[in-house]
Write a protein that binds this ligand. Structure first.
Ligand SMILES: *Cc1c(COP(=O)(O)O)cnc(C)c1O
Length: 377
């Protein structure tokens, strides 16, 4: 009578200096979240009732009109697309993903095309691309709206928005033409007020990941927004045998997520940022790279979040790749963040690290840098 753990499978836990990314397991849940899940696992409940009540609680905690819990932000995108197509029309709900003869167009800016878009198509939406890679104009967006348009898609976060029409303009066009705007803000936390800011500014549906910054169960996501659309999420979602049945969340995840959100909205985010700054300062003081290696603090986060990171820049991509590989293959394995736009850099996100891990990273990098110094000479 004992539980299995990662090592029983020969899978070794890693030090995650990358951040809250799904490929490394997202985030770690607090003891309170784990307790809520264990409690929830001990009784049966009527899932329709639980989803309704949990949605009301979530809406209240996030200062929104209504809320729905789904199995991740990716499934949130599919459900959001579904509800913009079907509303609460039972015939349409029964037919998805076949949208023959129904308005099904979702407008998206060319500069915001993402691999996530396919989850909109999964509901049967047809994506209509507007604007150019480096720019979208108000006219581009307005002229694409027609009687088949059901929604406008928007990815929130400074990296996604760098060439895009600003959210404010998109929201005012949507409002003026009566087209709902879906905002994907999956990883755009903190600041905590993003949970109510976008809906407050008029977004109809806003999607967050439950398993990233919120530190809820990995397979949860939040859809926040207008009451009639959230009602349609429920109709399209599990436990109904509609398109969202594949986005099932268990009673345990629902209670875990509510607990995580309750904790998140009452966290001292200033204090957390201060601790992250201390971590960056420590790493900077410890690490003097070999000739040509630069160690810098980067702020804000990639989505514009108030979170510092450490960036290490190498003379060339080969050396960067070599160090990333050594870190990954060591004991314990250390995974750092590598982004396609920064060929010669990797970054360290203090948000997913404990202090003992930060020290291990500093020691390992010092040893690698010493080795690299020898090589360079
Ligand atoms: C992470 C992410 C998602 C997917 O979130 P999951 O909760 O893992 O499904 C969707 N969109 C964006 C912009 C993301 O960063």
């Amino acid at each position: 009578m004992c539980n299995l753990n990662y090592r029983d499978l020969g899978v070794s836990p890693i030090i995650n200096a990358f951040g809250t990314v799904t490929i490394l397991g997202g985030s770690l849940m607090s003891q309170e979240v784990l307790d809520a899940m264990a409690d929830a696992a001990r009784s049966f409940v009527d899932m329709h009732e639980l989803l309704l009540k949990a949605g009301e609680k979530l809406a209240q905690m996030t200062r929104n009109e209504a809320a729905y819990i789904t199995s991740g932000a990716a499934s949130g995108l599919m459900l959001a697309a579904a509800v913009c197509i079907t509303g609460n029309n039972p015939d349409k709900i029964a037919r998805l993903p076949d949208t023959t003869g129904m308005p099904n167009e979702i407008i998206i800016q060319k500069c915001q095309r993402m691999s996530w878009d396919r989850f909109l198509s999964q509901a049967g939406a047809r994506l209509v691309e507007v604007g150019q890679q480096d720019k979208t104009s108000v006219e581009d967006l307005e002229s694409a709206i027609n009687e088949n348009t059901v929604a406008i898609m928007y990815y929130s976060g400074s990296w996604y928005e760098r060439n895009a029409l600003p959210l404010g303009s998109v929201l005012s066009i949507g409002k003026c033409r009566g087209i709902p705007v879906i905002v994907d803000a999956a990883a755009n936390l903190p600041p905590v007020d993003n949970l109510w800011r976008f809906t407050g500014e008029g977004a109809d549906l806003v999607i967050f990941s439950g398993g990233k910054g919120l530190r809820g169960p990995q397979n949860t996501g939040l859809i926040l927004g207008k009451k009639h659309l959230i009602e349609a999420c429920r109709l399209n979602g599990s436990p109904n045998n509609a398109i969202g049945r594949v986005c099932k969340v268990g009673k345990e995840e629902i209670m875990g997520l509510l607990t995580a959100v309750q904790q998140y909205v009452s966290l001292d985010h200033e204090k957390i940022k201060e601790e992250q700054e201390q971590c960056i300062a420590y790493l900077m003081s410890e690490l003097t790279g070999p000739e040509g290696v630069e160690v810098t603090r980067v702020y804000p986060g990639r989505h514009g979040q108030p979170c510092p990171r450490l960036r290490i820049t190498f003379p060339d991509k080969e050396q960067r790749d070599r160090v990333v590989k050594i870190l990954k293959e060591g004991t314990p394995k250390i995974y750092v963040a590598v982004f396609s736009e920064d060929e010669r850099c990797f970054s360290i996100d203090p948000g997913t690290l404990h202090w003992d891990e930060v020290r291990i990273i500093a020691d390992r990098l010092k040893a690698i840098f010493a080795e690299e110094n020898v090589r360079n000479n």
